[in-house]
Write a protein that binds this ligand. Structure first.
Ligand SMILES: Nc1ncnc2c1ncn2[C@@H]1O[C@H](COP(=O)(O)OP(=O)(O)OP(=O)(O)O)[C@@H](O)[C@H]1O
Length: 317
């Protein structure tokens, strides 16, 4: 099947006084229509920066330095601001980190959804708007009465559902969800993820789910990309990644998951993530890698397809 999204050699730097922070440093991947793709990695590995870049929402001192983002063949990186504004929400939408806290506290939920739609040139009569807002709320598992409520009257899970309703309101082809459930308790997390999955399937939209909970990812996405220090170091179908993780970093990430029988304790990964200001030479993971070889200190491994559909950037493979 054709790809709906193709990211090629994306680079995003934050220009700080100390120099450029290379938050996203040559990332490439592609998504098929309807596919669920997970991006995992430690805090600071560049996941949110990718999310914002995909919607061209990087703010100074950040800047897209290079690469391309093709959405249905159109390179978003080269669009002007107005063209990009029209595509956001309509073709590609974002449930941002902490989105539920960005709802306007003094506007009713229905009004906020309506404003998002009007902002994108949707014109409907009063009755049509009310009906559409009710339908959107129902899709994400909320009662129509929620339209009349203010954000403070809703629980965290309900607010997150409202943000999902806004993100799907114009039936985009790609939905980017950046840690959509990190602030919620476990049961509500699953409900929100389930809802996202259901509406995504109904729309046939592709989803990029960002997070660091490998367990949640394992049960939600078709394919996983592992980020380390601004780069993708492994990409594989979810089952395969868990069955045969190839990158030592992925192996440590999976080993740090508590086992199902409850006996295994959660182990952290020893060492600190590298500075993105002065990344180490060679493989960025070499200072923490249990299998480090001489070559790893000098030569950076490239992401290569070593098994069908399974890509890894590591000199061991
Ligand atoms: N405005 C900014 N100015 C300078 N550096 C920034 C800025 N925003 C992010 N960074 C840096 O870019 C790198 C990547 O950050 P990013 O938020 O994309 O990581 P992340 O993987 O999403 O982390 P988290 O899981 O904590 O959200 C980090 O080193 C961060 O400190």
């Amino acid at each position: 099947m054709a790809e709906v999204l193709r990211v090629e050699d994306l680079r995003v730097y934050y220009h700080t006084e100390a120099g450029p922070v290379k938050a996203v440093n040559g990332v490439s991947f592609a998504l098929k229509p309807g596919e669920r793709f997970g991006l995992v990695g430690e805090s600071g590995s560049g996941k949110s920066t990718i999310a914002l870049a995909l919607l061209r929402l990087i703010r100074p001192p950040g800047r897209i330095e290079g690469g391309a983002i093709y959405l249905d063949g159109v390179n978003l990186v080269t669009l002007d601001e107005e063209e990009m504004r029209r595509l956001r929400l309509a073709r590609i939408s974002l449930v941002a980190q902490g989105a539920m806290n960005s709802l306007n506290p003094v506007k009713r939920i229905g009004e906020q959804i309506e404003l998002a739609l009007r902002d994108h040139g949707v014109q409907m009569s009063r009755i049509e708007f009310d009906r559409y807002v009710a339908e959107l709320l129902q899709r994400v598992g909320l009662r129509p009465e929620v339209a009349k409520m203010f954000p403070h009257e809703l629980s965290g899970g309900m607010k997150q559902r409202v943000c999902t309703a806004i993100a799907i309101s114009l039936e985009p082809q790609v939905i980017v969800a950046d840690e959509p459930t990190s602030a919620l308790d476990v049961v509500v997390q699953w409900q929100v993820i389930d809802t996202l999955r259901r509406v995504q399937e109904e729309l046939g939209a592709a989803v990029i789910l960002i997070g660091h909970d490998m367990g949640l990812m394992a049960q939600t996405v078709d394919r996983i990309g592992v980020m380390y220090a601004g780069k993708l170091v492994e990409i594989a179908p979810t089952r395969e990644l868990f069955r045969e993780p190839l990158h030592p970093y992925t192996q440590l990430l999976i080993a740090s998951l508590p086992s199902l029988d409850g006996k295994g304790e959660l182990r952290g990964i020893p060492g600190l993530p590298p500075s993105l200001l002065n990344p180490p030479p060679g493989c960025p993971f070499h200072p923490r890698c249990p299998f480090v070889m001489e070559r790893c200190r000098v030569e950076e491994p490239v992401l290569r397809e070593v098994l069908p559909g399974h890509w890894v950037a590591c000199h061991l493979h």
